[in-house]
Design a protein around this ligand. Structure first.
Ligand code: UDP
Length: 357
C-alpha cells in the first residue's frame, strides 16, 4: 500500500446497520469498511444508534430515521423528521471534517448532496438505488457537474436511470467469499432473498413455486407486512416458507442447498447483492432481465435471464436449471466479486478524488 487514507463513512439513515432496513447498502458499507481497514486505511462509520458493524469503529448518532425513497412518490417533497438522524450525522461530520481525508456518503437522500459545497473536506457519494426522486435527481446532478468524479454507483443500468449517468463511477459490489460455502449437491428447493417489499416482486417467485411444486425458501427483512399478507392470501397453497431475516452465515447455509435463487425485481434493481451471495455458494441465479442482475448473471452459464415480469419465463428457466454448472457460479463470484476486487475499485476512487492517482 502506498498511502494510508483517513475515510469517514456516513451510513444510510433509513435504518441501523444490521437491521436489514437499509437493504444491500448495509452489506456494502460493511464490506468496503472491512477491506479498506484491512489495507491499513483509517476508517470510522457514522450510523444511527443501535448500529452494529463487526471490527470497525462505529460512531452512533441518535435521532429519527428517514423515510425510504422507494415508498415515496417521484415528485414528493423531501421529508425531514424534527430530530432527524440524517441531520445529526452530518452535524457530527461537520464538527470533525478536518480529521478526515474523504467523507463518504451512503445515504440515498437530498441533504448530504445539498451540504457538499459547504464542506472543506471532499465528499464522495455512493448512490445505492436508481432514480426514485425528482429532488434527489436534481441535487445529485448539480453535485455531479460541480464536483466531477465524486458520485459512485453499482452498475451501468443503475447509472442510466440518472441524467448524469456519464458522470458516475462504476464500483460494483463484492463480498467476503470465505463466509459463503460452496454446495455441489442441492436439494429440490428454490430460494428468494430480499426485503419483503413490492418493488421486489416476490409474488412472481411464489407463483413460480406454485406452478413447479418446488418449495421456495424466503428470507429477508419484513418491510411491508400488508404486501406479504396479500401474497399469502393470493397463494394460500403455494409451497413457500418464510424463514425471517437471517444473518449472512445463517442465510448462506439455507441458500447453498437450493437449486436456484429467483430474482423478480419490478424496479431497476441497482445491483442485487443477493445475486452474488447465491453465486458464491454455487447457486445459479434466475432473474428478470432488468437492472443490476442482468449485468451480473451470465445467461446460460451462471443462471438464466428471463423476460421481465414473466412467471412462465421463470418456470421454463427452473426446468433447465440442471444445465448450469454450479462451479461456474462460484468461480464467477471469486473472479468478479471478491473483497479484493471491491477494495481496489473503491481505493482507486478515493485516491482519484484526492488527485493521488
Ligand atoms: N439479507 C440478509 N438476510 C436475509 C435476507 C437478505 O442479510 O435474510 C441481505 C442480503 O445479504 C443483502 C440485502 O439483504 O445484502 C439485500 O440487498 P440487495 O442488494 O439484494 O437489495 P436491496 O435491499 O438493496 O434492494
Amino acid at each position: 500500500m502506498t498511502e494510508s487514507l483517513k475515510l469517514l463513512f456516513l451510513s444510510t439513515s433509513v435504518g441501523q446497520l444490521g437491521s436489514g432496513l437499509g437493504g444491500g447498502v448495509e452489506l456494502t458499507v460493511l464490506n468496503i469498511a472491512q477491506e479498506l481497514h484491512r489495507r491499513g486505511h483509517k476508517i470510522a462509520v457514522v450510523a444511527p444508534v443501535g448500529s452494529v458493524l463487526e471490527s470497525i469503529r462505529v460512531i452512533e448518532i441518535t435521532g429519527d430515521l428517514q423515510v425510504t425513497a422507494q415508498t415515496q412518490d417521484y415528485n414528493a417533497s423531501i421529508v425531514m423528521p424534527a430530530d432527524a438522524v440524517l441531520a445529526n450525522m452530518w452535524e457530527y461530520a461537520r464538527k470533525v471534517e478536518e480529521e478526515w481525508d474523504v467523507i463518504v456518503n451512503f445515504a440515498y437522500d437530498w441533504l448530504p448532496f445539498y451540504l457538499t459545497p459547504f464542506f472543506r473536506t471532499p465528499i464522495a457519494h455512493f448512490i445505492s438505488m436508481g432514480s426514485l426522486s425528482r429532488s434527489l435527481d436534481r441535487i445529485a446532478g448539480q453535485i455531479a457537474a460541480k464536483f466531477p468524479g465524486t458520485i459512485g454507483v453499482y452498475t451501468v443500468s443503475q447509472a442510466e436511470t440518472f441524467a448524469f449517468a456519464d458522470e458516475c463511477q462504476l464500483l460494483g459490489s463484492g463480498i467476503d467469499l470465505l463466509l459463503y460455502e460452496f454446495c455441489s449437491q442441492p436439494e429440490p428447493k428454490l430460494a428468494w432473498l430480499g426485503r419483503i417489499a413490492a418493488e421486489k416482486g416476490l409474488e412472481d417467485a411464489v407463483a413460480a413455486a406454485k406452478i413447479t411444486g418446488i418449495p421456495l425458501k424466503i428470507m429477508g427483512k419484513m418491510q411491508d407486512e400488508d404486501y406479504w399478507q396479500k401474497i399469502c392470501a393470493d397463494y394460500p397453497d403455494a409451497p413457500v416458507e418464510y424463514l425471517g431475516f437471517m444473518t449472512t452465515i445463517q442465510m448462506q447455509k439455507q441458500v447453498r442447498e437450493c437449486r436456484a435463487l429467483l430474482m423478480t425485481p419490478r424496479w431497476v434493481e441497482a445491483f442485487g447483492n443477493v445475486a452474488i451471495e447465491a453465486l458464491a455458494c454455487g447457486v445459479p441465479v434466475i432473474s428478470y432481465e432488468r437492472g443490476g442482475p442482468a449485468e451480473i448473471v451470465r445467461d446460460g452459464l451462471t443462471g438464466f435471464l428471463v423476460e421481465p415480469d414473466s412467471v412462465n419465463g421463470l418456470v421454463s428457466a427452473i426446468a433447465q436449471i440442471d444445465k448450469i454448472d454450479r462451479r461456474a457460479c462460484r468461480s464467477q463470484a471469486e473472479v468478479e466479486y471478491s473483497l479484493g476486487a471491491l477494495g481496489d475499485r473503491f481505493e482507486h476512487w478515493f485516491k482519484s478524488i484526492l488527485n493521488l492517482s
